[in-house]
Design a protein around this ligand. Structure first.
Ligand code: ADP
Length: 577
């Protein structure tokens, strides 16, 4: 109905919706004619039932005359019963008295009749010049009531007040009881609205907007799969969405403690209402009567009228908790098993370390003790060779050669084994070692090998590190000797470099030799592991395992990156202490 705008017919007022109740302050008879005639003309032409309640200074004849002038076909409307012109004393004053209820009922009856007769609504005017001071207050109350109820009806009312008869406070009262007032200013009619009325209108608009917003939110909330409810400070369930109702049933008129927990009083475990005390969101967990576990999220919320509310979202976490519990159990069992395994492992590690130590001890003792008898075998074989070569038959000479060579090989093996076992048996404390000096010593020891192979050696300036000096020398020597030995058909080009990062030094010995197949790159660090026959490349297969042991003792690690035919780079790290 509100959107149905009606033409006022008055130039200075735009179209108004049904339910508009306004007033005009006139100075003269002409003012009334000038405003009311076009007002009624518009009503009659737009199928409205029109009622003109008149009093001084306009008589019925004046009104009819003025209307006829503006509407030459006025008789048509009069015959249709669309227009009534009534003197005030037949409408406002019944049995000598003004009774607001009777007048109000009268308007509503007239409206109903008009609607029954096929008119769109009722347009009216009432003049108040008949009002005496002693019934002014009564009339003000009546106007206030008209103002509050008219909004609900297809009615438009214009009340006319003589400006000369009203004092300032009466004017304010009149303006406050109407949507707006028409006032003549410098000969022009203007629309005037009281601030009180304006504020009321704004508040109404504001409320309407808030209601619309609230409705929108509720429509969102209603269909969400999460359970959502609104609780009032006095424990009423103001709203429960579909998901909530699916679980707890209809919520209308229920108290939350009864609705969710079947209790007769607020629940002592409830934490939802904390939100009203703190104004802060709150999360808590509760077991519902059916055994399900609910995670509740409460938020402060305000109703459209400003009442504080609690917006609660509930998530059924029963399954989640069950899964979590099952996972927790699995985790605990796993942790227990890992603990047991770790204990077992550390036991076997201790055992392994002990047997390794014993083995090293054995290797050391046996290789050390073997040296003496070996020296005897070697020196007596050499004696045999010197004295009897060419005196026995040729077979005997060959056998003697085998013995001598075997004894030499055994000597090298025993020497290497001794070195291997000494890495952890006969150790020196770490000290500041200048690797530049260590490397230069190694290179001068290897002068003969380097010259024989025409090797080209380049290197970075090496740092000073905390280490066992002779062991570091041994590592460089092993790696450089291997780089020379496994050069293949190329002249060996060897580069030694050093880089550091936050935690360690990284050294590299790079060659351009035969390279190592990927599958053997780990194995070569095992003791006695060799990839070639002794005839092709002599050696014991112990050098890299000694190097590995030394680097491990220093807290670092050693590895190789290589491409067969292109060369190898042996890396090792030493942590920075
Ligand atoms: P040895 O040199 O006495 O054989 P090592 O333990 O030093 O024993 O080396 C083991 C094996 O690793 C060598 O026999 C060889 O097959 C391979 N190897 C080591 N260094 C190199 C290298 N620079 N280039 C190619 N192969 C290498």
């Amino acid at each position: 109905m509100k959107d149905d705008l009606r033409k006022t017919g008055v130039n200075s007022i735009s179209n108004v919706p049904w339910g508009t109740h306004f007033c005009m302050f006139y100075e003269s008879k002409e003012d009334l004619i000038n405003i009311l005639v076009p007002y009624f003309k518009a009503g009659l032409e737009n199928n409205e039932f029109c009622m003109w309640v008149t009093s001084e200074p306009l008589k019925i004849e004046d009104v009819e005359k003025a209307l006829r002038l503006a509407l030459p076909n006025i008789d048509v409307y009069l015959e249709k019963g669309q227009l009534e012109i009534i003197p005030y004393n037949e409408w406002y004053i019944i049995e000598g008295e003004f009774d607001s209820d009777i007048v109000l009922n009268g308007w509503v009856n007239k409206l109903n009749k008009a609607l029954d007769n096929g008119f769109d609504g009722l347009r009216l005017t009432g003049n108040t010049s008949w009002l005496e001071k002693d019934n002014w207050n009564n009339f003000v109350d009546y106007e206030e009531e008209v103002d509050s109820i008219l909004i609900n009806y297809p009615m438009i009312a214009m009340c006319t007040y003589s400006i000369d008869k009203c004092n300032a406070s009466e004017i304010i009262e009149v303006v406050n009881n109407h949507e707006f007032a028409l006032v003549k200013r410098q000969g022009e009619w203007t629309q005037f609205e009281s601030t009180k009325k304006k504020k009321m209108k704004e508040a109404l608009n504001d409320n309407e907007q808030r209601f619309a917003e609230a409705k929108r939110i509720f429509d969102v909330l209603e269909t969400l799969p999460t359970m959502i409810c609104l609780l009032t400070p006095d424990y009423h369930v103001k709203f429960a969405n579909r998901a909530f109702r699916d679980k707890f049933g209809e919520s209308e008129g229920r108290y939350c403690y009864d609705y969710c927990f079947g209790r007769t009083e607020p629940c002592d475990f409830c934490e939802s209402y904390k939100v009203l005390e703190t104004g802060q969101p709150h999360q808590w967990e509760v077991k519902a009567p059916d055994g399900s576990i609910i995670e509740a999220y409460d938020f402060p919320f305000t109703d459209v009228d400003g009442t504080p509310l609690i917006l609660e979202m509930d998530v059924d976490v029963t399954e989640q908790r069950q899964t979590q519990n099952a996972l927790k159990k699995i985790n605990e069992t796993l942790e227990e098993q890992v603990k047991e395994r770790t204990q077992e492992l550390s036991k076997s590690n201790i055992e392994l370390e002990r047997s390794n130590k014993e083995l090293e001890q054995f290797a050391y003792v046996s290789s050390h003790d073997l040296q003496e008898p070996l020296r005897m075998v070697t020196s007596f074989t050499q004696l045999l060779e010197r004295r009897y070569r060419n005196q026995l038959d040729t077979d005997a000479d060959e056998y003697i050669d085998f013995i001598v060579e075997g004894a030499h090989r055994m000597k090298y093996l025993i020497d290497d084994l001794l070195t291997f076992s000494r890495v952890s048996n006969q150790t020196k404390d770490f000290e500041n070692v200048d690797l530049e000096i260590v490397l230069n010593d190694v290179l001068s020891n290897l002068t003969v090998s380097l010259e024989e192979s025409n090797a080209i050696i380049t290197h970075d300036t090496l740092p000073i590190i905390m280490a066992d000096k002779s062991q570091m020398g041994q590592v460089f020597q092993n790696l450089i000797l291997n780089a020379i030995k496994f050069h293949g058909s190329n002249t060996p080009i060897i580069d030694i470099s050093a880089h550091r990062d936050e935690k360690e030094w990284i050294f590299a010995v790079k060659d351009n030799g035969i390279g190592i197949e990927k599958e053997y790159q780990k194995q070569i660090f095992e003791i006695f592991k060799r990839l070639h026959t002794r005839n092709k490349y002599p050696g014991s297969g112990i050098g890299l395992s000694i190097s590995k042991k030394i680097i491990k003792r220093h807290g670092g690690h050693i590895w190789v990156e290589s491409e067969p035919g292109k060369g190898s780079t042996f890396y090792f790290t030493i942590p920075i202490t």
